[in-house]
Design a protein around this ligand. Sequence first.
Ligand SMILES: [Zn+2]
Length: 390
Amino acid sequence: MLREHFDDVLTDPLLKREDLSDFVRYPANLGTWYRSRYTVSHTSGSQGPPLFIVQDRAAIELLFSLMSARANAGTKPGPLEGLRRLREPARVAVVALHRGFYPSAAAFEFMAAETAPFTNVQWFSVAEAGLVPRLADFQPHSLVAYASVLEGLALEAERLGFRHLRQIANSSEQLTPRARRRIEAAFGVTVMDHYGMGECLFLSDGCPTDGGAHVNADWAILENVDDDHRPVPPGEPGRKVLVTNLANRVQPFIRYEVPDRIVMATEPCRCGSRLPRIGRIEGRSAEAVWITSADGRQRPLPGVLFHDAIDHLGRVREWRATQTAADRIRLELELLPGGRGAIDVPALVARLRSSGLPERVQVEVETVPGLGPDPRTGKFRRVISHVAPA
Ligand SMILES: [Zn+2]
């Protein structure tokens, strides 16, 4: 409904879906204010056409303010920290797949300019050659990446030789306890597990001491509910969440339903924040598959790599990637209703290769009539591996 009535829902009548579609067609518009006052991004199209998300400057500035003040494992914010940062801006390394109009990436495009006096934000791609030496050169204070990318980097901790690293943040993938242990052991710093969504990027910031994430309850309302939208008490898993974004005045998200399963914490944490804490987040999938690289070592291949390539096709309603053998992946695609014609498999595979899928790994692509959740668990998993990591 929101997609269908997009133009009526926005509070600025000058904003039209058709114009936004034109705007995001040109990669040169990344990091550009639309009509000099809005940022434009869109969520993935796996459940139909993408949903555009428009935010004004105040909402974007709030996102960076909350990140600076609260998504901070070490020093407390204050005038002294501000002065210190003016002398030596904090170096933030963001490791992602491709630049693009997806919400978190699109926001980071603006961060460099908005926070320039205090932070030096650098963008890195998982697929680029020489990622490790470039990161080692940059010596970040803060490292932001998907959980599976962080796991891969943990294997390179020695070559990376980070001397100033103070914190690591996972964004948008499930951080398993195993992954957290590996990453924290390799780098010796805390992993903060932020939880948010394109519709409310600043929803919460990872707790630096007890895991989970603190809801920025002064700027967003997070309700944990059951199937019938009744509140679920802390300590019990919900079936979905309702999110209200109190900062976005141009595109209202009020009790917006997101099919993530969370558990609110019952115990107070040690970090000192009194904001409500999400204890566990179960909704996010996209786990990694482990492949063996040319040097014989196993490394994780982030699930987002498939997500990105399939979004790029634009015609897929749902998908599943199954690693059937060490060097073989089956991709099942359920096309959008009305989708006709064959999928451009070579283009899909080329996109996967450009994101870092090694040539050795074969991909079989199959279109299927429908994909659903696992009948035993009721959970839908997009990335499955039948190959155990060593
Ligand atoms: Zn805490």
